[in-house]
Design a protein around this ligand. Sequence first.
Ligand SMILES: Nc1ncnc2c1ncn2[C@@H]1O[C@H](COP(=O)(O)OP(=O)(O)O)[C@@H](O)[C@H]1O
Ligand SMILES: [Mg+2]
Ligand SMILES: [Zn+2]
Length: 325
Amino acid sequence: MSYNKEDYVRIKAEFSQKYLLAREAAMARRSELHAKIPEVWEIDRLLSGTGMDIMAVITKGGANTEAKIASLRLRNEALQVRRRELLRANGYPEDYSDIRYECETCGDTGYVDTKMCDCMRRALVRAGYESSGLGALIRTQSFDNFSLDYYRSGDPRGYEAMQRTVSVLRQFAEHFTQDTYQNYLLIGGTGLGKTHLSTAVAKTVIDRGFDVLYVTAVGMLADFEVKRFGHGTEGKQDPSRYFEAELLMIDDLGTEVTNQFTLSCLYDVINHRINNRRCTFINTNLSPKELEARYSERITSRLLGEYRPMIFTGTDVRKQKIKKN
Ligand SMILES: Nc1ncnc2c1ncn2[C@@H]1O[C@H](COP(=O)(O)OP(=O)(O)O)[C@@H](O)[C@H]1O
Ligand SMILES: [Mg+2]
Ligand SMILES: [Zn+2]
């Protein structure tokens, strides 16, 4: 579990802010009570002096030290009872000036001892969805709504292959760890579920706390161009994330413009990730032959050697869905 670094820094700062605001708001309510009910002010003054009172008793020592401490404790309890009465009598809830943290478990610090609190984990996952580049897809495409029925009409071997593909990718996603290293090449025509299954994998891996980045080949190369030429508005990401993300998904390889520059960027990303054992998914409508014709040997040898191919066959699911309606 390592999350996206920028998300982590931002969320940590948000938690610190939340924690401070909760405390400040409680202080403000306390001041309000003190202004409206002078006796509460007096009670709070006595209560907050209790530590000092006990210290004084202990320092003085003597035979009845314990009895004196016990009586201070009793006095405190009585003061607290009186405080609650006063608040109720003045139309306030008894806990009006208590600190109200958003999360009672961690007091909005994000941690319980050294363990990250679930609330912070959830915030990081939500941020991970946002920074994954998947946008709305993450809410609509999952393993749960991926149906194998769409592959039943054709060759039964196609259906069986899809069954295996889903099961392999599901295993991959559900067991993803820091040490996982496997690349996948999703190959097949338009509308056969490559993006859908990739999104399902991405979501599952983000839920497990890892940094996932999804991008189209066109989008990725646009980001490199922005960096190279130092201008343009289409670049959304700093290209360094393409090297660092724990899982990168490059969708629609083959739809981008190929030239010396784009080929070298693509090679750098693929090669760097292989050398650093970082998982990558590449989706394409191109057949292995078409890949070889389009890309340099040093790219295709890596794609065909280091990536596990997953062949998608059947009839465009988008069209099947339209027909059904
Ligand atoms: N097996 C499936 N079950 C449910 N919906 C699917 C399935 N395969 C594809 N779809 C839906 O069909 C549309 C096209 O699929 P998509 O994953 O974009 O195809 P590809 O990326 O292979 O071109 C999407 O809306 C997707 O959610
Ligand atoms: Mg697609
Ligand atoms: Zn918490």
